[in-house]
Design a protein around this ligand. Structure first.
Ligand SMILES: NC(=O)c1ccc[n+]([C@@H]2O[C@H](COP(=O)([O-])OP(=O)(O)OC[C@H]3O[C@@H](n4cnc5c(N)ncnc54)[C@H](O)[C@@H]3O)[C@@H](O)[C@H]2O)c1
Length: 245
C-alpha cells in the first residue's frame, strides 16, 4: 500500500531527491517549501502536491498536516529536510542571522514533528526522518548558528523518539557530510569551482568526494521504511567516513 509522505524542503537538493525516491516507490508525496517555483516544478515532475510556506510558522505547519490528513486520511511519513545555513563564526553572527537559522532549522522541525505526531499517535504508527548534519555532532569554525541548530535537531530527534518509543512511531535523523546541492552556493554568492570542491574533498573527506543528494535520499527512504523497524532515536551518519576520523 502506498504511504502518505510529507517532505519539507522538497523543492531542492536532498529534499527533492527524497521526493523522487518516495514517488518512485508509488508513495503519495506532499512537498512543503517556501520556494513556490521550485516546489511546483518538482511536484509537477513527480505528480506530488505542493504546499508553499515557511516551516518556521507554527500555524502553517499545522495547516499543512491538517490538509494532508483531510485529503488522504493519514500521514505515514514526515521528512524534515528544509534548512538554511549561515556562514559565520559566533562573533559575526547577528541577532537576525541567529534567529533565522534557529527558526528554520529547529523551530521548523519541531513544529512539523509536533503537528504530524498528533495524527501518528492516533493512528498508532508513523515514521519521521529529520535532517541533522555532521555539524550536529562535531563542531566547525565559521558556522556557529548552523552547528548549534543541527545539534538541537539531533537532540530533538532522540527526545521525541523516546517520547513515542511505545506508540508505534519511529523518529530518526540522517547526518550528511558535504553534499552537492544548491546549499553549497548559499551565502557564497556562487557555487565553488570544481577544483575548489575537489580540494575540499581531498583535504577533509576520507572517500575524497562529495555525496550526491540521491545517496542521502536512499538512506532516508530506508529509515522511513519498515526495513528499519528496530531503528528509532538513531542519528545516522552518511558522510563518506568524515566522522569516523
Ligand atoms: N548540503 C549539505 O552539504 C548538507 C550537509 C548536511 C546537512 N544538510 C541539511 O540537509 C537539509 C537539506 O539541505 P540541501 O543541501 O538539500 O539544501 P537546499 O538548499 O538544496 O534545499 C533546502 C530547501 O529548504 C527550503 N527551505 C529553506 N528554508 C525554508 C523555510 N523556512 N520553509 C520552507 N522551506 C524552506 C529551500 O527553499 C530549499 O528548497 C538541510 O536541513 C541542510 O541543513 C545539508
Amino acid at each position: 500500500m502506498s504511504r502518505v509522505v510529507v517532505i519539507t524542503g522538497g523543492a531542492s537538493g536532498m529534499g527533492a531527491a527524497s521526493t523522487r525516491a518516495f514517488a518512485a516507490l508509488g508513495d503519495v508525496v506532499n512537498i512543503v517549501d517556501r520556494d513556490a517555483v521550485g516546489a511546483e516544478r518538482v511536484a509537477a515532475e513527480i505528480g506530488a502536491s505542493a504546499f508553499v510556506g515557511d516551516v518556521s510558522d507554527s500555524a502553517f505547519c499545522s495547516s499543512v498536516i491538517a490538509d494532508v490528513v483531510d485529503a488522504h486520511g493519514r500521514v505515514d511519513v514526515l521528512v524534515n529536510a528544509a534548512g538554511v545555513i549561515h556562514r559565520n563564526g559566533g562573533l559575526d553572527t547577528t541577532d537576525d542571522a541567529w534567529s533565522r537559522v534557529m527558526a528554520v532549522n529547529v523551530d521548523g522541525v519541531f513544529f512539523m514533528c509536533r503537528a504530524a505526531l498528533e495524527h501518528m499517535v492516533s493512528a498508532g504508527s508513523g515514521s519521521i526522518v529529520n535532517f541533522g548534519s555532521i555539524w550536529g555532532g562535531i563542531g566547525s569554525a565559521g558556522v556557529a548558528a548552523y552547528c548549534a541548530s543541527k545539534g538541537a535537531v539531533h537532540q530533538l530527534t532522540k527526545a521525541l523518539a523516546l517520547d513515542h518509543a511505545t506508540d508505534g512511531i519511529r523518529i530518526n535523523a540522517v547526518a550528511p557530510g558535504e553534499v552537492d546541492t544548491p546549499m553549497l552556493s548559499a551565502e557564497r554568492g556562487s557555487r565553488p569551482s570544481a577544483a575548489d570542491l575537489q580540494a575540499l574533498a581531498d583535504a577533509t573527506i576520507p572517500v575524497k568526494r562529495l555525496a550526491q543528494p540521491e545517496e542521502i535520499a536512499e538512506v532516508v527512504v530506508f529509515l522511513a521504511s519498515d526495513a528499519a523497524s528496530y531503528m528509532t532515536g538513531a542519528i545516522v551518519p552518511v558522510d563518506g567516513a568524515f566522522t569516523a576520523q
